[in-house]
Design a protein around this ligand. Structure first.
Ligand SMILES: C[S@@+](CC[C@H](N)C(=O)[O-])C[C@H]1O[C@@H](n2cnc3c(N)ncnc32)[C@H](O)[C@@H]1O
Length: 268
């Protein structure tokens, strides 16, 4: 049985190769097999996220601090006015960073865990803004190797890389983040992540995108052995969690019929 929608050999083997092979790493972010899982092509090209950041008065000076992030992995860049040239995907990561600042305040000194963090792009952006005490990435083994290569190349400190089973059973986290990660897990694995991570975090930010999977119940039965956990059920499993107002979601996320599940926020 698969643990998630993206748990298949073509993807994981490619991650393993990109972690070890310079030529493969150089083009990984636009590789069709890779970007089928960790999307680089966004419907709105990141412009919706940039518009939200501008409306919020986000400091455009920050973009200079992350310019080197898109020199790795060969993403296609776009021009974003005062922000300069950036991968649309990186703009999306900055919009999530801005959400986190507004919802949870400064993250200096925080212990953060991210589930399904792709090549580490979200982690890198957050680490350039805050002095994180510890940032733990939890993923399948091969994507973790790739993320380690990316984050090491950028000199991002205080990171840890772990598969689910390697996490301490007694760990506590200040914040758990998962953007299109836990919502792609099979029910069996989601329950394990609940016990090991989600219920051990004081605050949470989960972008949830599996409503469309309701049309693929046969596929789920075949590959997961049962049906996934959708947003409504998730809210019952997470004490104190709520769905954020639509205005928090970028048009890209709204187009995907995503939900943002939150708990432990400083604003209601
Ligand atoms: C759709 S991608 C999202 C990547 C990233 N969060 C982003 O927003 O760009 C899904 C992520 O979940 C990871 N994943 C797949 N199966 C997983 C599992 N069993 N446990 C943890 N992560 C998993 C994939 O390797 C990938 O990093």
């Amino acid at each position: 049985m698969l643990s998630s929608i993206s748990d298949y050999p073509g993807y994981t083997e490619l991650c393993r190769r990109a972690a070890a092979d310079d030529a493969c790493f150089a083009g990984i972010r636009e590789d069709p097999t890779y970007s089928a899982v960790v999307t680089s092509k966004l419907h709105y090209g990141g412009r919706d996220c940039f518009a939200m950041l501008q409306e919020r008065g986000f400091d455009p000076g920050f973009f200079a601090a992350i310019r080197d992030h898109d020199r790795l992995g060969g993403p296609t860049l776009a021009s974003f006015g005062a922000a300069g040239m950036l991968a649309p995907q990186t703009m999306r990561y900055v919009k999530v960073l801005s959400d986190l600042e507004l919802l949870f305040g400064a993250l200096d000194g925080a212990s953060i865990v991210e589930i399904g963090g792709g090549f580490g792009g979200q982690c890198a952006v957050i680490a350039k803004r805050f002095k994180i005490a510890r940032y733990t990435l939890v993923d399948l083994p091969e994507p973790l190797l790739l993320a380690q290569r990316y984050l090491d190349a950028l000199g991002i400190a205080n990171t840890a890389f772990a598969e689910l089973n390697a996490l301490s059973v007694n760990a506590q986290y200040d914040l758990v983040i998962s953007c299109y990660g836990v919502s792609e897990l099979s029910r069996t694995f989601l329950v394990r992540y609940l016990q090991r991570v989600l219920l051990r975090a004081k605050a949470g930010y989960l972008l949830w995108n599996n409503e469309g999977m309701k049309q693929h119940r046969d596929w789920q039965q075949k590959f997961f052995g049962g049906e996934m956990v959708y947003c409504d059920e998730m809210l019952q499993l997470l004490p104190g969690a709520r769905v954020a107002e639509q205005s928090w979601l970028a048009p890209e996320d709204q187009q995907l019929d995503a939900r943002l599940i939150l708990w432990g926020t400083r604003v209601k």
